[in-house]
Design a protein around this ligand. Structure first.
Ligand code: ZN
Length: 266
């Protein structure tokens, strides 16, 4: 105890820590200048952007024709306003969903690099693709709402990837981002490895519009932003919370979406 107090007030220690911190950031800066950026997927050097041309060409961008409701691509064009069987059988709580790319290995690498690998430099590119994919939704939106993390997870990760992407989308579309509109009130386990009904159960009651978020939600048309759309359980729970909070409409915009017809690949 005595030793701890002495170490805490020792005049030399904080200075040393400060010097060490300064040295570390100088080294990091030097490394940034000296080393080329690496492709987020294959780690080959690239100039500027996050992906090398080869990995870029492997990304599966989602384009029409797709289900008007879920945004899942159709193999052929059968005229506008078509709905998928899935949208008819199990309509989601949200009105429409759109995503920039299909969730495959390349998309997964990008999402993981942003989320866990501290490749925050990927956010502007990914966000711009999302703004492009969600142009129709954003045109009529009053605000963008990021899917929130529980405060403990955000504290551990230091940032919320959905909030970062929302900022880019907000700048690209001229729509405001309502950061405090939705709160994660339950620390839910990761959805990885869970089936569809377990995922829905896992996030039930996990989101709420806090008192200070009501003004940003009531009567507004919102676009909810997440990195990956898998079973849709998380965005469905968020949508229901926003609708209970008085939202006029909720659409969903994701970076990548799982296209069914296979198993959930995460
Ligand atoms: Zn690459």
């Amino acid at each position: 105890m005595r030793g701890e107090i002495e170490a805490g007030v020792s005049p030399g220690r904080p200075l040393l820590l400060r010097l060490f911190g300064a040295l570390k950031s100088t080294l990091r800066l030097a490394a940034d200048v000296a080393l080329p950026q690496l492709c987020a997927a294959c780690r080959e050097p690239v100039d500027g952007a996050g992906l090398c041309p080869k990995c870029w060409s492997k990304l599966a961008f989602i384009a029409p024709p797709y289900c008007e409701r879920l945004g899942t691509p159709f193999p052929f064009d059968d005229g506008p306003g078509r709905l998928s069987l899935e949208a008819i059988a199990e309509p989601p709580a949200y009105a429409r969903a759109r995503a920039a790319v299909r969730y495959d290995d390349t998309a997964k690498t990008l999402v993981h690099a942003l989320k866990y690998g501290d490749r925050l430099d990927l956010a502007p590119t990914m966000g711009r693709w999302m703004a492009n994919a969600g142009r129709e939704l954003l045109a009529t939106a009053d605000a963008i709402v990021p899917v929130p993390l529980h405060w403990r997870r955000q504290w551990a990760r230091r940032f919320n990837q959905s909030a970062l992407l929302s900022e880019v989308i907000g700048r690209a579309s001229g729509r405001p981002v309502a950061h405090g509109a939705l709160k994660r009130v339950k620390a839910t386990p990761q959805q990885v490895g869970l089936g569809k009904s377990e995922r829905a159960e896992n996030v039930q009651g996990a989101f709420r519009v806090p008192a200070e978020g009501k003004a940003a939600v009531a009567g507004r048309r919102l676009v909810l932003v997440d990195d990956v759309l898998t079973s849709g359980a998380t965005v469905d729970a968020c949508t229901r919370a926003l609708l209970r909070g008085g939202a006029a409409a909720v659409d969903v915009l994701a970076f990548a979406r799982v296209v069914m017809g296979g198993r959930i690949p995460i």
